[in-house]
Write a protein that binds this ligand. Structure first.
Ligand code: SF4
Length: 337
């Protein structure tokens, strides 16, 4: 019985049963840092690997696996960086998704219940209220997840196990984010590991929210010359680095997958399925789940797409997003003047 409890807690350390279990058996933090140093080191590696997109599904000790989630959450919370909170939550949720693939319907129902998601099941089909379905699919950009693609019966969406596991991953992601962001006090012993994380990860520079407004096509006038060139040449077909640059750029300024796929519709031999697959891969929704950054100007130059204008030269632009910020500023000065 106890063995089963620990096993469950190792797989889903964020759920109600696991939290209750660890509340009763966790040791003081200082014990993990002094007496059981291998546990804190394990947790540190878990945190670091999550941020690097690596998932571990193979562990020896259920207790250490479970408790390391909490220690890793503390370490991440100690960075005080919301980007890292999100990254950690995303990858930990993906870990749970992989485990869920092998889970029985009974256990999936148990996990849903422990995460306060109300569902029912019949003959291997899981039924979820359509409002919950819409709420949970909001963050999933693939057109596949539109309500009209699913069977709806008396207000409930009918899903098979795998599809439901994907939805449950959204709940898990939010739950883990809540756990990390609700930690207010970081034990002194943990700060060392949080600092070590900050020294070992690259954090994309946060762009101001105003960049997102560029989704408005009318503001495409602010796009740097390299991106304008790529957009003008989509019709002719772009090289792989050209497509990569364009996809990362459009994604970063707020285009969703459907909008990016639409941009490529004019490509000769356009294949929607393949394009969507590639876009989802580059934007971190598939495969390695790495959300790739826009290449630097140096890189774009090496691809042969850098066609610098006066702004690029005068302001020594090193990144396409920097170009936008400067051009926006210049245009607003012109408008005021
Ligand atoms: S300098 Fe940078 S922003 Fe300007 S065209 Fe070249 S790659 Fe694009």
């Amino acid at each position: 019985m106890l063995e089963k409890k620990v096993r469950w807690a190792a797989k889903y350390p964020f759920d109600r049963d696991a939290i209750n279990y660890f509340k009763s058996v966790a040791l003081p933090i200082k014990d993990y840092v002094t007496e059981y140093k291998d546990v804190i080191e394990y947790a540190y590696n878990r945190a670091l690997n999550s941020l690097r997109g690596r998932i571990n599904l193979d562990w020896d000790n259920d207790y250490v696996e479970g408790i390391s989630f909490y220690l890793a959450a503390l370490i991440i919370a100690g960075t005080n960086n919301f980007y890292l909170y999100k990254r950690f939550s995303d990858i930990e949720a993906k870990r749970a998704y992989k485990i869920l693939q092998r889970e029985s319907i009974e256990n999936i129902l148990r996990l849903s219940n422990n995460l306060d998601l109300s569902i029912s099941s019949e003959d291997e089909v899981i039924n979820i209220f359509y409002i919950d379905f819409i709420r949970l699919t909001k963050g999933i950009s693939s057109i596949h997840w539109r309500l009209y693609n699913f069977r709806l019966h008396k207000g409930y969406v009918n899903l098979h196990k795998k599809a439901f596991a994907r939805l449950l991953t959204e709940v898990i992601k939010n739950k883990i984010y809540d756990i990390v962001s609700s930690i207010r006090e970081i034990p002194e012993e943990i700060v060392f590991y949080s600092n070590k994380i900050m020294d070992n990860v690259t954090i994309p520079r946060k762009e101001p929210d105003e960049i997102i407004e560029l989704k408005d096509r009318k503001k495409a006038a602010l796009f740097p010359p390299c991106v304008k060139y790529l957009l003008e040449n989509v019709k002719q077909g772009l090289s792989h680095p050209g497509r990569f640059t364009l996809v990362t750029f459009l994604h970063r300024i707020g285009y969703d997958v459907d909008e990016i796929v639409n941009v490529f519709k004019v490509t000769p031999d356009f294949n929607e399925r393949m394009t969507r697959y590639q876009v989802e891969h580059i934007t971190g929704m598939r495969g390695s789940r790495i959300e790739y950054n826009i290449p630097s100007c140096k890189k774009i130059r090496s691809y042969g797409y850098c066609i610098p204008d006066e702004i690029c030269k005068k302001y020594n632009i090193r990144h396409p997003l920097k170009y936008i910020k400067i051009k926006r500023r210049l245009l607003s000065h012109e408008a005021e003047g």
